[in-house]
Structures are given as structure tokens and as C-alpha cells.
Write a protein of this length. Structure first.
Length: 134
């Protein structure tokens, strides 16, 4: 659909489909459908304002398809697979947590696996599909 389509990712029908694929809940889908303009602005903002490292890590987490990793194991994987310095990987993961795009463990409870929030999933899916269009 996205590879051959002349529709913009910011068209409400395309946005609605993307949201439904990510959330897969009719009730939540209807709420987002009514707010698609706001969401389109939010996604465009995320696309423009997230750093390359933040986008890369967010996409990396999404592509793991539920593989459980703690903060430190994610940082090690990002370091080795994305060739990012370990300190940069940790800083980037923390920044995504601060933006509420991911959940991670804390110093007191470090064993909680990293996971995308619902908003993080939407942003990651948008970035992945937009990356394929370019």
C-alpha cells in the first residue's frame, strides 16, 4: 500500500489505517480517527524533531517484536548492532523514556524489560513506513 500509493502519510485515511494496524482496538481507533489532524501534526513533529539516534533506537526496539531486553541489554544491542557508542546508546534510551515513548526499568528496579508505549508504537510504525517511502 505505501510503496505504490500516491497518498500522503498525512492523509486522514492513511493515518486512520496506520493507527488501526498499530492499536487494533475499534474503540481506541474511533477516538484517534476523530483526532487524526492532531495526530498527523504530532507525527510530523516527531519525524522532524527526534534525532537520528532516537529514530534509529525507536525503530530498533519496534523491530525486536517483543524480545525482552533490560535497559542495559538494549544499550549493549544498540551499541553493537547500530555501531553507536555505549554512552550515546544509554543517553538516547533515557531520552526516549523521558519523552514517554518507551518504558524501562529504574535504578531501584532495573530488571523491567524495555517496551514501547502505545504512543511509541505509533511513532515507530510511522517512522518505519515513512522510511520505506523515501
Amino acid at each position: 500500500m505505501f510503496g505504490q500509493s500516491s497518498k500522503s502519510l498525512f492523509d486522514s485515511s492513511v493515518m486512520s489505517e496506520l493507527i488501526f494496524e498499530t492499536i487494533n482496538s475499534p474503540a481506541i481507533f474511533e477516538i484517534f480517527k476523530k483526532q487524526s489532524q492532531i495526530l498527523a501534526v504530532f507525527l510530523r513533529f516527531a519525524e522532524k524533531k527526534l534525532t537520528k539516534n532516537q529514530k534509529d533506537v525507536l525503530i530498533f526496539i519496534r523491530m525486536q517484536k517483543g524480545k525482552l531486553m533490560t535497559f542495559n541489554s538494549l544499550a549493549e544491542n544498540v551499541h553493537s548492532r547500530l555501531k553507536m557508542p555505549i554512552s550515546t546508546a544509554k543517553y538516547t534510551i533515557k531520552s526516549l523514556r523521558d519523552l514517554l515513548l518507551i518504558k524501562t526499568g529504574t535504578k531501584n528496579n532495573p530488571r523491567i524489560p524495555v517496551s514501547l508505549t502505545q504512543v511509541g508504537k505509533i511513532v515507530a510504525d510511522f517512522l518505519i513506513k515513512n522510511e520505506r517511502r523515501e
